[in-house]
Design a protein around this ligand. Structure first.
Ligand code: S3P
Length: 436
């Protein structure tokens, strides 16, 4: 269990342009799809965090050869047929690894068992198990109430289905589409609300075509995939914490080459509703993904209603939104609504963020699907991130606004998404020291 003591360090000076590490969602997908493609795919700016490394290790157990040209540069040689691994696949802390691999493995009709750490073992898997069973997969969640581990055994091969997930979830959509790659016939997914579309953007690079009609994505299975070169953009979800520092800290912060897929940037819209100001210094592309150099300007935040419609595109940034809300001026209230999915992330993020804010003297009331936060003075003190990487980063950046140091317990898993976060926080002007 590691803890940090985070405080403002000395006189503020503007950091140069920062870079966020490679996008986690895109890194997972790039290695997984490359694993099914004929030939050698190169993945550039891959995120070498523990979540994506769990995906790489699992694919290697399935017979895929992965050469590490550098920490963030991989060569993936696709396997014509996946092997059934002798040992269980350890997905660590990663819901994306477990749910997407479940789809991919079921589609390739091999046997595997997937498990994870204590946080992942509490997360719901029925949302992928049910559609995969409808496709003909022999998959079972062995834990209580549809929780991990997952067991997959070969069957008669999958067939395509038309499916509407009950929650807006890019993981569920992607698990079904990855299974569909190995299924007979057509697999269609109709989303209840748009979510990040990294899978759909990436498939054509590997030579896979699909149709969009009436809000559904439909792909024909068993298309031959060919190797590709995937350039992974900076992770918006990591950049969000640096941008938060630019808004609530003393100096503006610039983050370059950040992925700005519209399915990911709801954080900017939410922060703007609270009065934050951002500038786009430059726009670009990383493969099929749009990128931007983003600048966050320091300034006051005020009360706002953050409705359910903004949540899917800000789902991973909500801990940063809770932290921002704590800094809103004049005791105004931030209402977060329609965010019950936060309760089934790496931690119950509503409960963890509410408890942490209260420990720092901020009035925060939980609701079943959100919270009501009365901004104002943020005291120093001790908070528990409960091993949730994004809660740990949110509380750390909140130290900019706190009257004294913030001790963050349970910060050990920050590397899952942002290796080098502590160093980036130091560049921003925070002192980050180990705490006993
Ligand atoms: C992800 C989708 C989101 C997100 C997660 C990564 C993905 O999960 O919270 O961190 O890579 O598809 P849900 O699809 O469950 O909302």
């Amino acid at each position: 269990m590691s803890a940090w003591r985070v405080s403002r360090a000395g006189a503020p000076s503007a950091p140069g342009a920062l870079l966020a590490p490679g996008d986690k969602s895109i890194s997972h997908r790039a290695v997984m799809i490359a694993a099914l493609a004929r030939g050698e795919s190169e993945i550039v700016n891959f995120l070498p965090g523990s979540d994506c490394l769990a995906t790489v290790a699992a694919l290697e157990q399935l017979g895929v050869r992965v050469a590490r040209l550098a920490r963030d540069r991989l060569l993936v040689r696709g396997a014509p047929r996946l092997l059934s691994p002798a040992e269980p696949l350890d997905c660590g802390n990663s819901g994306t690894a477990m749910r997407l691999l479940a789809g991919l493995i079921a589609g390739q009709n091999v046997a595997a068992r997937l498990h994870g750490d204590s946080s992942l073992s509490r997360r719901p898997m029925r949302r992928v198990v049910e559609p995969l069973r409808r496709m003909g997969a022999c998959i079972k969640a062995l834990g209580r109430d549809g929780r991990p581990p997952l067991r997959i055994v070969p069957g008669e091969g999958l067939r395509g289905i038309s499916f509407t997930p009950s929650v807006p979830s890019a993981q569920v959509k992607s698990a079904v589409l990855l299974a569909g790659l190995g299924a007979r016939g057509e697999t269609c997914v109709k989303e209840p609300a748009p979510t990040r579309d990294h899978t759909e953007r990436m498939l054509p690079s590997f030579g896979c075509s699909f149709d969009r009609a009436n809000g559904s994505i439909c792909l024909t299975g068993r298309q031959p995939l060919r190797a590709a070169r995937i350039n992974v953009p900076g992770d918006f979800s990591s950049a969000a914490f640096l941008l938060l520092a630019g808004v609530i800290g003393p100096v503006e912060v610039r983050v370059d080459s950040v992925g700005v897929n519209p399915g990911r940037t709801g954080f900017l819209r939410m922060m703007e509703r609270m009065g934050a100001r951002f500038r786009v210094a430059a726009s670009g592309k990383a493969g099929a993904e749009p990128t931007a150099d983003l600048v966050a300007e320091p300034g006051p935040l005020q009360g706002a209603r953050l409705p359910a419609s903004l949540v899917p595109s800000a789902i991973d940034e909500m801990p940063a939104i809770f932290a921002a809300a704590a800094c809103a001026r004049g005791e105004t209230v931030i209402e977060i609504e329609g965010a019950s999915e936060l309760r089934v992330k790496e931690s119950d993020r509503i409960a963890v963020m509410a408890a942490g804010l209260k420990a720092l003297g901020v009035a925060c009331e939980e609701t079943p699907d959100g919270a009501s936060i009365r901004g104002g003075t943020v005291r120093g003190g001790e908070v528990d991130a409960h091993g949730d990487h994004r809660a740990a980063m949110a509380f750390s950046i909140l130290a900019f606004a706190a009257t004294s140091a913030v001790t963050v317990r349970g910060a050990e898993l920050v590397d899952t998404s942002f290796p080098g976060f502590a160093e980036a926080a130091r560049q921003l002007g925070l002192a980050v020291e180990p705490a006993g």
